[in-house]
Design a protein around this ligand. Structure first.
Ligand SMILES: Cc1cc2nc3c(=O)[nH]c(=O)nc-3n(C[C@H](O)[C@H](O)[C@H](O)COP(=O)(O)OP(=O)(O)OC[C@H]3O[C@@H](n4cnc5c(N)ncnc54)[C@H](O)[C@@H]3O)c2cc1C
Ligand code: FES
Ligand code: FES
Length: 465
């Protein structure tokens, strides 16, 4: 049985844990305000909120219900557009009306849900964040300017929001219905979500699996990573950081440990997917789907991360760079899961950067991506870890280029010579994301971009040609 709160009432269902939240709300509960567009996480028409108690405080994130396994909402609060409706329109709904932000209306419920998540966030409201909250919502009628104006008014209307009592303030200003006050108590009354292993398909956020194997999964019980205790902890011991493989992209984005270790983290992570996908996509899922262009794979390869592989009998730890044996071929048996990821935190001498080029900036996978961690002492390179995606059948750790850079003086000449080694280590193919030659050129430019970004006084576009 899966139990959760749906809008203002507890529900209990014996639907399989791999069935979709979208189908449950529409077909089992007749809540048809949640729309079906692409069923692939791209359009945001199916957006709902998922709330959970974290340290006693309600935290809501928007997700695409078309990629959410029902099992992942065990013990949580699911809010559809119907759960936001009151006798009169909320300010979010009213500003959408006032600014003509709704034309055919198909996308509107998704936009309203995402903008309500922006109101619920425990942070100082800014117009930039309001727009970021709808980065996973597409309007086919292209009414973006009116929606942006509505987002601006919504931000302004939150000026007096009480950060400490966000929920009470939003209820008093009629942004959300008053039943939200009872949700903590209702959630506490639910059984906690620790599913036993079902020996079904192993599932993290489902953002890859449902795009590829929807029909095979929706009638099955699946083995849910997110309900395993401790699988999304992020902690530091001595100089090492360990995170559960069930940590999502948003968990990283909101982690104080990650923000202080990686000053450009926000910029880097915002290049990955969209807010609703990042709210679901796990780091373990990114590694294990073995995509040659996985963004987090490139990121953690450059941290020289280790992964712990666990089955019921034993644990073993290997370097992430040794995980990939060939196209979609992993050093992992079928009963092993990636349970944790660990890496040494950057020191004062080390510098980290991630670069990605895709056909469009948001909600697109990379044509080519790369990350670097480089340590410098008195202008000498003392350590480098460099990764590249989209230029071979697996995510690449560029060993020869790293070896070449070791002990060299940091200079444009060194970097240009290193590019020659790098070019010999890659083997891109021509496909819809570009020709092989284009990808070679792209990686060269991104490799140079690492140095221009990290050492702007020593490297310019002109010094690297
Ligand atoms: C609209 C959209 C945009 C996207 N954009 C990007 C993007 O910009 N960059 C990017 O890199 N990816 C992108 N993705 C792909 C996807 O979101 C990521 O790869 C994500 O990290 C996958 O994680 P998940 O938890 O959803 O994986 P799932 O779909 O749950 O699982 C993926 C695979 O990994 C296995 N698995 C999951 N967790 C583990 C574990 N702990 N141990 C062992 N095996 C495991 C599963 O069995 C499955 O085979 C996008 C996807 C969508 C739908
Ligand atoms: S239906 Fe398009 S994102 Fe879910
Ligand atoms: S109003 Fe028609 S799709 Fe957005």
């Amino acid at each position: 049985m899966i139990e959760f709160i749906l809008n203002n009432k507890p529900v209990k269902t014996d639907q399989p844990s791999g069935s979709l939240l979208l189908d449950f709300v529409r077909y089992e509960q007749s809540l048809i305000g949640t729309k079906i567009g692409c069923r692939e996480g791209d359009c945001g028409a199916c957006t709902v909120l998922i709330g959970e108690l974290i340290d006693g405080k309600l935290n809501y994130r928007q997700v695409t219900s078309c990629l959410t396994p029902l099992g992942n909402v065990q013990g949580k609060h699911v809010v559809t557009i119907e759960g936001l409706n009151m006798e009169s329109l909320s300010p979010v709904q009213q500003f959408m009306v006032d600014e003509s932000g709704s034309q055919c209306g198909f996308c509107t419920t998704g936009f309203v849900v995402s903008l309500t998540q922006f109101c619920l966030a425990n942070s100082t409201p800014s117009y930039k964040d309001a727009i970021a909250s709808i980065d996973g919502n597409i309007c086919r009628c292209t009414g973006y300017k009116p929606i942006e104006r509505a987002a601006k008014h919504i931000t302004e209307s939150l000026t007096d929001k009480d950060q400490n009592e966000t929920l009470d303030w939003l209820i008093s200003q009629k942004f959300i219905p008053s039943y939200f006050n009872q949700i903590p108590e209702m959630l506490n009354a639910l059984p906690k979500g620790n599913h036993d292993s079902q020996n079904g398909t192993l599932m993290g956020g489902g953002t890859d699996l449902y795009v590829q194997k929807l029909d095979q999964l929706i009638d099955q019980d699946v083995d849910l990573i997110l309900n395993t205790h401790g699988i999304n902890n992020i902690e530091v011991k001595n100089d090492s950081c360990t995170l559960g493989a069930g940590s999502t992209a948003t968990d990283l984005l909101e982690s104080d440990i990650f923000s202080s270790a990686f000053p450009r983290l926000k910029k880097h992570i915002k290049l990955v997917a969209s807010s609703p996908i990042r709210n679901m996509a796990t780091i373990g899922g990114n590694f294990a789907n073995a995509s040659p262009i996985g963004d987090f794979t490139a990121f953690f390869l450059a941290l020289n991360a280790k992964i712990k592989l666990t089955n019921k009998d034993q644990n073993r730890t290997i370097y992430l760079k040794d995980f990939y044996k060939g196209y979609k071929d992993l050093d992992k048996s079928t009963d092993e899961i990636v349970s944790t990821i660990s890496f040494k935190l950057p020191t004062q001498d080390s510098h980290f950067n991630f670069e990605k080029v895709s056909k469009r900036i948001h909600l697109d996978i990379a044509s080519v991506n790369t990350a670097i961690q480089i340590s410098i002492s008195e202008n000498e390179i003392t350590q480098t870890h460099l990764s590249a995606g989209g230029v071979g059948p697996i995510p690449l750790y560029l060993r020869e280029t790293c070896d070449f850079l070791l002990g060299k003086t940091l200079s444009p000449e060194t970097v240009q010579s290193a590019n020659e080694i790098l070019q010999s280590e890659i083997n891109p193919i021509s496909d819809v994301r570009g020709s092989a030659d284009y990808k070679r050129l792209l990686l060269r430019q991104l490799f140079y971009a690492h140095f221009i970004t990290l050492f702007p006084h020593q490297f310019t576009l002109n010094s690297l040609k």
